[in-house]
Ligand binder design. Structure first.
Ligand code: NAD
Length: 393
């Protein structure tokens, strides 16, 4: 097996903690921490103490790059702070696992991909759904020709109402931090469309905006200063039940102020419909709504030889083949472990395998570039009112 790959973690917040947990679950000898980096000393020191990690702690990425004992970095800084560490580390010859979305604007995404290409290093993204057993099965079915050549994909990105409201009380509601919820939330699904259909987008036209969380004159600016809380779905009463549901949904972070989800400042969209033209003759229609009863990803994939229907949360795939074959129901075994623990482990193992096997970085860089391409083009199309071409990767 050789010596363990030495990793540095950049950004020791919530997602960084997941990787600390995952590293402990890896088969022994695959990888070990070489250093930890966070620009917040308190967070960094608490992280190292909590996880019992006696490795060098640095506050600046530049200090990591002066070390000569690292193979790769895991970049878990906020969405809008991926470019600088990713480019610096790739240029220094390190492989990089960058959390999703790759970046919050097209220029940053392109700069990271260009750095990976120039350095010939692996750029791997944190798209956990690629490791979901249901998505893997969909990918195998399509690659195996179960529906012929994919020609149309219809997706409903149904974001649950409670989850949606947490976004309105977090940084995610501002494009400068998240790139828009279409990117921050939608990129998982848009990446899996690329992966399952083995195609890349070329042109996008989109309509959308803020349709649900729009200002209301009859509501206050906070739930504790509002007369309408009795009939408000989104009231943040900050009580035990709300607190638990918030943490379970949004992660272990400080419970935010009970600001009004309607009246709080924001510039994200909350409702988008887009169409996209892909290479290989595939077309996508995708709708994101933020007020669904449950968070679901509903997908219909039509090919020249059949059709697949799937709601990813059910782990149940319906496959209908032409001409008149009875629908085959495929029950996919649910992964073990809470949340996406299974996917997180598989993701990190795949990244490490790619480094060990000397994988050609080019396909992964193209996947990374294309993972945000539909969202970026859709936002441009919504602003300009015309279809937008996706730059080739
Ligand atoms: N793949 C997934 O399923 C998944 C799940 C959750 C989060 N994420 C992504 O992971 C990333 C991190 O999210 P999080 O929830 O851990 O955020 P977080 O705010 O909990 O942690 C980010 C950390 O980065 C540090 N930081 C910020 N800028 C820095 C810099 N320039 N140098 C060093 N440290 C810096 C902050 O101090 C903080 O500790 C985001 O891009 C997020 O979208 C992905």
């Amino acid at each position: 097996m050789g010596t363990p790959l030495r990793l540095a973690l950049i950004g020791t917040g919530g997602r960084g903690q997941i990787y600390a947990d995952v590293l402990r679950r890896l088969p022994p000898g695959l990888a070990e921490w070489g250093a930890l980096c966070d620009h917040n000393p308190e967070i960094l020191q608490a992280f190292a103490a909590r996880n019992g990690l006696g490795v060098p702690l640095v506050y600046e990425v530049g200090d990591l790059l002066r070390r000569d004992d690292l193979d790769a970095v895991l970049i878990c800084t906020p969405d809008s702070a991926h470019r600088a560490p990713a480019v610096a580390c790739l240029e220094a010859g390190l492989h990089a696992l960058v959390e999703k979305p790759l970046a919050t604007d097209p220029a940053d995404a392109a700069a990271i991909c260009a750095a990976a290409r120039a350095a010939g290093r692996i750029l791997h993204l944190g798209f956990v759904l690629r490791y979901d057993p249901c998505v893997c099965r969909l990918r195998d079915l399509v690659a195996g020709g179960a529906i012929g050549r994919p020609i149309a994909c219809m997706v409903h990105e149904a974001v649950g109402w409670f989850h949606a409201a947490t976004y309105m009380r977090r940084w995610n509601r501002f494009r400068r931090y998240s790139g828009d919820l279409l990117l921050h939330k939608g990129c998982h699904t848009l990446d899996l469309v690329n992966a399952v259909t083995a195609s890349y987008p070329r042109r996008v036209a989109a309509f959308g905006g803020t349709a649900v969380f729009v200002p209301r004159a009859d509501a206050g600016d906070r739930c504790d200063r509002c007369d309408r809380t009795a009939d408000c779905l989104y009231v943040a009463d900050q009580g035990e039940a709300y607190r638990k549901r918030f943490y379970d949904t949004a992660g272990p972070q400080v419970l935010p102020e009970p600001v009004c989800v309607y009246n709080v400042d924001k510039d994200t969209t909350d409702t988008v419909t887009l169409i996209a033209d892909y290479d290989q003759g595939m077309r996508l229609s995708y709708t994101m709504t933020l007020v669904s009863p449950r968070g679901e990803r509903r997908l219909v994939l039509v090919g020249t030889g059949g059709e697949i229907r799937c709601d990813l949360s059910t782990y149940r795939i319906e496959l209908s083949r032409l001409p008149d074959r009875p629908t085959e129901v495929i029950e996919v075994a649910r992964p073990s472990g809470a949340g996406h623990q299974h996917h997180d482990l598989a993701l990190l193992q795949h990244f490490l395998e790619r480094i060990r096997d000397g994988d050609d970085p080019s396909a992964g860089i193209r996947d990374a570039a294309m993972s945000g391409a539909v969202a970026f083009a859709a936002l441009e199309s919504m602003a300009s009112g015309v279809p937008v071409a996706v730059p080739p990767a």
